[in-house]
Design a protein around this ligand. Structure first.
Ligand code: SF4
Length: 349
């Protein structure tokens, strides 16, 4: 496919957006950017990426950082598991590879959190390796370019996409070729109203030729988001500027590993669930019988309805999983956007 390759590279040279991670070939910086960009928009990622690298400029700096500090830099980006896997991966780079990200693809792929996509991005962009990448944008471009009409997510489709990407990548500038595919998907070959008339590879595009652009890629069958009812408790000690709030940390919670409110859910929640959430967190407190607020929150696969209860004069014994916080200090620890929202709705005064 030399013609497609050439056209993509020529287009990329003139049309690529100027993004901070495109000004470096540091494999660590590229790793950070790729992890942040998974499921998150470019405009959102830019300031997070800059702050993260300013605080943790090297794999060693990140490996030595406290998990709370890492998660607080991620707070608001969501999908916190990504941050924890990146942290684990970088620790392994330090212990196994002396702080240098391995050039060899098999070693890279063995790092926690580094799948085929992330490994391909680091390998091609930082090390000039002819390794393919397939993400959502590349999937859309390739499905249209080659008229792949099986559903996204089906194993036959995945295999075909990776095969096509692997055939395109060999040659000069493999990293730029991969980025050109991603950039084309992000800016021209968009899900709705793609700009085929301005597309550098319209002449080779099978979907364009057969007028099937809008029908491709064939979406995966979607499950309806699950409705979940939850009771959350804002348990506080003290008053006014002295107030402190109890937070719990559980690997099993919705926001695995982040500090959050005691929370429990079932089909219909009431005060008894809030009481049980306090008991499970080992907090004793005076619970208001009625919720102070009702909050709706949407996650990728779940629609949450949360009754937020207040509990005052709360006592407990601090531990690895239960701690009191001054609400003003919460910016320094990892808490989710949802926890912030619940606290804003129900913290007294
Ligand atoms: S011609 Fe249209 S559908 Fe085909 S790759 Fe270009 S933008 Fe996408």
């Amino acid at each position: 496919m030399p013609a497609v390759r050439q056209k993509l590279l020529r287009w990329y040279d003139t049309a690529a957006r100027d993004l901070p991670w495109r000004q470096t070939r540091d494999p660590y910086a590229i790793w950070v950017s790729e992890v942040m960009l998974q499921q998150t928009r470019v405009e959102t990622v830019v300031p997070y990426y800059q702050r993260f690298l300013a605080s943790f400029p090297t794999p060693r700096a990140l490996a030595e950082a406290d998990e709370d500090a890492v998660l607080s830099h991620w707070s608001g980006l969501g999908y916190y598991r990504r941050a924890r896997l990146l942290h684990a991966g970088v620790k392994e780079v330090v212990t196994q590879y002396g702080g240098r990200i391995p050039e060899d693809a098999d070693s890279r792929r063995s790092l926690p959190g580094v799948g085929r996509y992330t490994s391909g991005a680091i390998g091609s962009i930082a090390f000039d390796k002819e390794e393919p990448v397939v993400d959502g944008n590349v999937t859309r471009v390739l499905a249209r370019l080659f008229r792949i009409d099986t559903p996204v997510g089906a194993s036959a489709t995945t295999n075909r996409l990776w095969d096509e990407a692997a055939q395109l990548v060999p040659g000069e500038r493999p990293g730029d070729l991969n980025q050109a595919l991603m950039e084309l998907g992000a800016t021209i070959c968009t899900p709705k109203r793609p700009q085929c008339k301005s597309c550098p590879i319209a002449g080779e595009c099978k979907a364009y030729a057969s007028d099937e652009v809008d029908a491709l890629p064939v979406p995966r069958a979607r499950k309806a988001p699950k409705e979940v009812q939850l009771a959350a408790v804002v348990a506080t000690r003290g008053r006014g500027s002295e107030v402190e709030v109890w937070l719990v940390r559980s690997e099993q919670s919705l926001f695995g590993g982040l500090w959050g409110l005691p929370m429990l859910g079932r089909e219909a929640v009431d005060e008894s669930d809030a009481r049980r959430a306090l008991r499970e967190a080992r907090i004793s407190a005076r619970l208001d019988p009625e919720p102070a607020a009702q909050i709706a929150h949407v996650l990728t696969h779940r629609r949450l309805q949360i009754d937020v209860f207040r509990a005052t004069a709360a006592r407990g014994t601090e531990s690895e999983t239960l701690r009191r916080f001054d609400p003003q200090q919460l910016g320094r620890v990892g808490i989710s956007t949802l926890t912030k929202k619940l606290l804003a709705a129900a913290l007294p005064g």
